[in-house]
Design a protein around this ligand. Structure first.
Ligand SMILES: [Zn+2]
Length: 462
């Protein structure tokens, strides 16, 4: 095993093909690859408190974004945990043995208006669009102290084709940012002798040939980088031999399990699953197995079950038969369906626990399949047996915030508006009389219990 990057390859592949390995960092749970990282939103895995993550999931690590922590005054920097604990870990209450990966932008990010310059890149914080100085990013990565930092890359989000002129610009800029990062780390290591996060180099979403200028620089820096961040698998086809041994973190934003399998078949070791939280938000309980249980069903199987469906209202079976997760062993479909209809937050907590469990088993199946040498056939079976996309659900998810979706411009409508609001009443109907009677506001969150009693709120019906 390489001491340098704590990554060992257990079943190698020649170049652009699936492989298995082990990412084993000191004091962290070892991660067998291929595996996934949970995606955190503003430091938390959506719907899961840290104690639930530890008690009810097998999540081993999370990807977080600097843009989630940059705001006026950057409060996280005012927080000083004792005994040299990682600031990011303590601030987000991430369990001690979980891997913490920090990049500049969320996965997927909200495309930001305005191009990057050599000094800064456009980001989207919880308070709106702003610019992040490259120097600020580098100093934040050492003061936040995650396990792994994804270096700054001028990734052209929201572009499908990048012009030749632009390719020169972004490769040149990314090379300069990475060189500066490596140099600053070398100086810091000499001066403070403190440990630095591992550094993963971003590859631009182009073939390695198209970014040759940058990959040549990376080969020179290969002893100072500990992994690669991959934004498109087109970079994998001609990955230089000198960079093959490095672990590959996929930030390719796969939008369904099929896309995940394709990424893995191109040699991605660790991936993020942006669809996982959106599936949970949509009220879907995943139901996939890899390899498939029955290679020839009568019709393509859905990837998950729509838990909003009233057909589950009296169904006391588990979300998925035989699933060992907390949700499936303690509750049933009818309860889940009820929670969703009542917009109870617990619905999404239970779904998130179940859906992560299903993906844990999925990745375990993937690793075993690669080790067996049947991965290609198993992927072909999966693609034949399962529908390509998730089912449409009739229900509405929890509230969405601005930083969770692609902005379409100013004054856009609210996504998933609040299900409960203060009842305003119509002219002449009963509720207006209540207002007149005691000149007390219609029951709202600020109403006092005594005032409500006076106007007859919750009076026992005769
Ligand atoms: Zn389950």
């Amino acid at each position: 095993m390489s001491e340098e990057n704590m990554f060992s390859i257990t079943r190698a592949s020649t170049g652009n093909a699936a492989r298995t390995g082990l990412l084993n960092l000191p004091n962290r749970q070892p991660i067998k690859t291929p595996h996934y990282l949970a995606l955190a939103s503003r430091g938390a895995i959506p719907h899961l408190t840290q104690d639930n993550v530890v008690k009810h999931t097998d999540i081993r690590g999370a990807y977080m974004a600097v843009e989630d922590f940059v705001e006026k005054g950057t409060p996280i920097l005012k927080y000083n945990p004792p005994n040299g604990t990682s600031r990011l870990r303590a601030y987000t209450a991430t369990p001690d043995n979980h891997l913490l990966v920090l990049g500049a932008r969320r996965s997927p990010p909200v495309p930001s208006p305005g191009a990057s310059t050599d000094a800064q890149m456009a980001i989207m914080t919880a308070f709106g669009f702003t610019k992040l100085q490259a120097t600020t990013f580098r100093s934040l990565t050492s003061s936040l102290d995650p396990d792994i930092v994804v270096g700054l890359g001028d990734i052209p989000y929201g572009y499908y084709k990048v012009s030749y002129k632009k390719i020169d610009k972004i490769t040149d800029r990314t090379a300069r940012w990475m060189q500066a990062h490596v140099q600053e780390r070398a100086v810091a290591a000499k001066e403070q002798a403190s440990k630095q996060p591992m550094l993963y180099a971003p590859l631009l979403p182009l073939s390695c040939d198209a970014q040759r200028y940058y990959t040549d620089h990376l080969e020179d820096m290969v002893n100072d980088i500990h992994g690669l961040a991959i934004y498109s698998t087109v970079s994998m086809a001609d990955l230089p031999a000198e960079l093959q041994h490095l672990p590959r973190l996929g930030l390719t934003e796969p939008n369904n399990p099929r896309a995940v399998l394709q990424d893995i078949s191109h040699g991605i070791d660790i991936t993020t699953l942006p669809f996982l939280s959106s599936v949970t938000d949509a009220g879907i309980a995943l139901d996939i197995r890899f390899p498939v249980a029955n290679p020839s069903p009568d019709s393509p199987l859905p990837l998950g079950v729509d838990m909003w469906d009233t057909a589950h209202a009296t169904d006391v079976s588990a979300l998925r038969e035989g699933c060992p997760c907390y949700a499936c062993t303690n509750h049933h479909r009818a309860f889940l369906q009820h929670l969703l209809s009542a917009k109870e937050m617990l619905a999404w907590v239970l779904l998130q626990i179940h859906n992560h469990q299903v993906m844990d088993q999925f990745f375990q199946g993937v690793r075993e399949s690669i080790e067996r040498g049947t991965f290609e056939q198993d992927v072909a079976d999966f693609e034949r047996v399962y529908e390509p996309e998730f089912p449409e659900t009739g229900g509405r998810g929890p509230r969405l915030r601005g930083y969770q979706f692609k902005s379409e411009g100013p004054n856009e409508r609210k996504r998933n508006p609040a299900p409960f609001t203060v009842y305003k009443g119509k002219k002449g109907d009963q509720s207006e009389k209540i207002v007149e009677k005691g000149s007390v506001p219609v029951p709202g969150p600020d109403a006092m219990a005594e005032d409500l009693e006076k106007v007859g709120f919750a009076e026992k019906a005769e």
